[in-house]
Design a protein around this ligand. Structure first.
Ligand code: 6R9
Length: 664
């Protein structure tokens, strides 16, 4: 007798531990449970296993140089090139196989496949063009592009000539672009005329040009023509310092560029991310350690094999796309998919249609997407044959057990392990998650740390907390994929990530502890449940946003005196932005000002930071020392009990804010 849907759901709801499916274990890249002990005993040499996945021009002398913590160096003395590792070395055996399968919008008209041969060719041509435009080794090239193939092509072209890239998410605003280009002294930009959203062309160059107007130095810009005649209405003319991508590549047809030899510790890229202050942090990743890390985790955790068609639905503008659409999968010589559109256009089964059509073998996505799929209903995935899938993954935020089980049942048909991967822009790649062929899964818990990693959950005094109690996630030993510093700001690097739990005067690596600013708890089996950020960073749909960045955008709006931004619970987004605002004398908290605030946030950061609610209030709740009590505002946003207000200077304001938030 087969189980009915209701019975199945009831059984799953009860179940807390899931064994990896036998069919998966049999073929898994990582299937030896002994790897945990082996890596511990053989640390840090165990990480040769990661470096061995790459081709090195010169072997490294030392696995880890920890003589100057926390400025760790990995695979020192080694030399390699990332683009050669992602392209050239696959040409003999896999030259005719697909490297990138791109699913563009508008639907059905615009898919493109690049074989390794073709990708190699275009990367070479564009590398030659960049060089001709004056790009030299170590010049930072900024990219401001949506999910079009020219983005990974430009990244790999930069890697080929040793020019670090700095990719700015296309959904970020013109101001955000300018800030990042100024901060990195980046003189080159690669962008595009526009792209499609839900089938309609969208102007992107206009935004890029506004950003460029805010850049303090001279720039050269390359513009990809994505829209063709559909972009004519935007009336773009390229400026004197702007070149057409297609012309450049055509002018360098057949060019070959020898990959530049890079030291393992040379910078591969910069990625700006949000932190506690209003200024984004430029996270620096290097060539040898980063590429080893993303290759090893792609192989061990995502179980990627060359014959797979691997699908990660993230955007390359975030770290997940860098590590697990571009570098990890291509280093392993597999087929990686890229999707330009949204999951509900033209219909809510778009992702499932793509999985079916391309026989995708893995799907790596975010809990926010899974919650949306769940809300739309299982009839959408059920209408498609998803049996090509072998493994599912999630990243970006905690996944609640109910969403996990829905994913397991309706997308994986109980045949696919799920890897819930905790990591950050700064860690370069995955840190806490199960090895899918080895470990049982516990919905809601990311899992144990990967082999070779020492993760502990500490209290504020630095002692390990008991199982089940909330504490702070810390990483006790360095790892190859870690950030090396914040760009041109070693001091802030120490302050942000190390100062909390380290003896910062010590030269002994044992005294240095990495603090990612996440809360977590651990169970008796060593499985870690990540509870979320403990700093002023919000996680909206898996995207990291700094409350300070949003607040400073709001305060910049005429008529606003003060602003406090907090994250409130949201069914789909996980967290949403709630803004509490006081007005200057003579200004009223009306719809007009609310619209101006929303526009101000969109201009400074982008639509992803748009407040869910703007509440005008005569005052903000403050402690006697004048600090805003964000905790109270969070409770208001969540409609929760307020708790203790006795430490406030102005306790009466809380009830008033609460009334206003409820729309009084
Ligand atoms: C890869 C990425 C990092 C922050 C991180 C944490 C949250 C990521 C998670 C998770 C719970 C997971 N986070 N993965 N929380 N479970 N599996 O998302 O990088 O954009 O830098 O964000 O995301 O709070 O500190 P990034």
């Amino acid at each position: 007798m087969t189980e009915g849907d209701g019975q199945l759901e009831a059984r799953l709801a009860e179940q807390e531990v899931f064994e990896p499916p036998e069919s998966f274990v049999e073929q898994a890249n990582a299937s030896d449970p002994g790897v945990y002990e082996e890596f511990d005993e053989n640390w840090p040499e165990c990480w040769e296993a990661a470096a061995d996945l790459l081709d090195w021009e010169t072997d490294y002398d030392q696995v880890l140089d920890d003589s100057n913590p926390p400025f760790y160096e990995w695979f020192t003395g080694g030399e390699l090139n990332a683009s050669a590792n992602c392209l050239d070395r696959h040409l003999d055996e896999r030259g005719d196989e697909a490297a990138i399968e791109w699913v563009g919008e508008p639907v059905d008209e615009d898919d493109r496949t690049y074989t390794y041969e073709e990708l190699h060719r275009e990367v070479n041509e564009f590398a030659a063009a960049l060089r001709e435009q004056g790009v030299e080794e170590d010049d930072v090239v900024t990219m401001y592009m949506p999910m079009i193939p020219e983005l990974p092509i430009a990244m790999l072209a930069c890697a080929r000539i040793g020019a670090p890239h700095s990719v700015v998410f296309a959904g970020f605003s013109a101001d955000a672009l300018a800030t990042r280009m100024n901060s990195a002294d980046s003189e080159y930009l690669v962008t595009c005329d526009g792209y499609y959203r839900r089938g309609d062309p969208l102007d992107h160059l206009d935004k890029a040009n506004k950003g460029l107007a805010g850049v303090e130095h001279d720039t050269t810009t390359v513009v990809v023509d994505r829209l063709g005649p559909n972009g004519d209405d935007f009336g773009h003319d390229l400026g004197d310092d702007q070149l057409d991508y297609g012309d450049l590549v055509a002018a360098h047809e057949g060019a070959e560029v020898e990959p530049v030899t890079r030291d393992a510790e040379d910078m591969l890229f910069l990625m700006y991310t949000s932190g506690t202050t209003g200024k984004p942090k430029g996270v620096k990743h290097t060539t040898g350690g980063y590429l080893s890390w993303v290759s090893w985790t792609s192989q061990s955790v995502l179980d990627i094999k060359p014959d797979d068609t691997y699908f990660c639905s993230a955007d390359i503008g975030w770290i997940t796309g860098h590590s697990y659409i571009v570098y990890g999968p291509l280093a392993l010589g597999t087929t990686t998919m890229m999707y330009e559109g949204t999951p509900d256009h033209p219909e809510r089964d778009r992702l499932w249609e793509i999985v079916e059509e391309h026989d995708a073998t893995q799907l790596y996505t975010a809990p926010t997407a899974i919650r949306a799929f769940m809300k739309w209903g299982s009839e959408y995935p059920d209408a498609h044959d998803l049996s090509s899938l072998r493994l599912l993954g999630t990243v970006g935020e905690p996944i609640n057990p109910r969403a996990w089980k829905w994913y397991y049942q309706h997308i994986g048909d109980e045949e696919c392990p799920i890897v819930d991967t905790w990591w950050q822009t700064e860690t370069g790649g995955m840190m806490v998650t199960t090895l899918p062929g080895v470990k049982d899964m516990k919905p809601g818990a990311a899992g144990p740390p990967l082999p070779g990693l020492d993760v502990q959950i500490l209290d504020t005094l630095g002692d390990e907390v008991e199982p089940g109690k909330a504490g702070y996630l810390t990483v006790q030993k360095p790892w190859p994929g870690m950030l090396r510093t914040l760009y041109k700001n070693d001091e802030r690097y120490i302050d942000e990530y190390w100062a909390e739990y380290s003896d910062t005067d010590s030269d002994d690596p044992e005294d240095w502890v990495y603090f990612p600013e996440d809360g977590a708890k651990i169970d008796e089996d060593g499985y870690i449940t990540v509870l979320g950020r403990v700093d002023d960073v919000l996680n909206v749909s898996g995207h990291r946003l700094g409350t300070m960045e949003i607040e400073s955008a709001i305060v910049g709006v005429e008529g606003v005196a003060e602003a406090a931004v907090v994250g409130g619970d949201h069914d789909i987004k996980g967290e949403a932005v709630y803004a509490y605002v006081t007005t200057e004398d003579g200004y009223e908290g009306n719809d007009e000002l609310r619209d101006a605030i929303i526009a101000g946030v969109e201009d400074a950061i982008g639509p992803i930071a748009r407040p869910e609610q703007v509440v005008f209030t005569p005052d903000l709740p403050k402690t006697r020392s004048g600090k805003i009590m964000r905790r109270l505002l969070e409770n208001i946003a969540d409609g929760k009990e307020l708790g203790n207000t006795s430490t406030l200077r102005n306790p009466e304001i809380v009830e008033e804010i609460q009334r206003k938030a409820e729309g009084d």
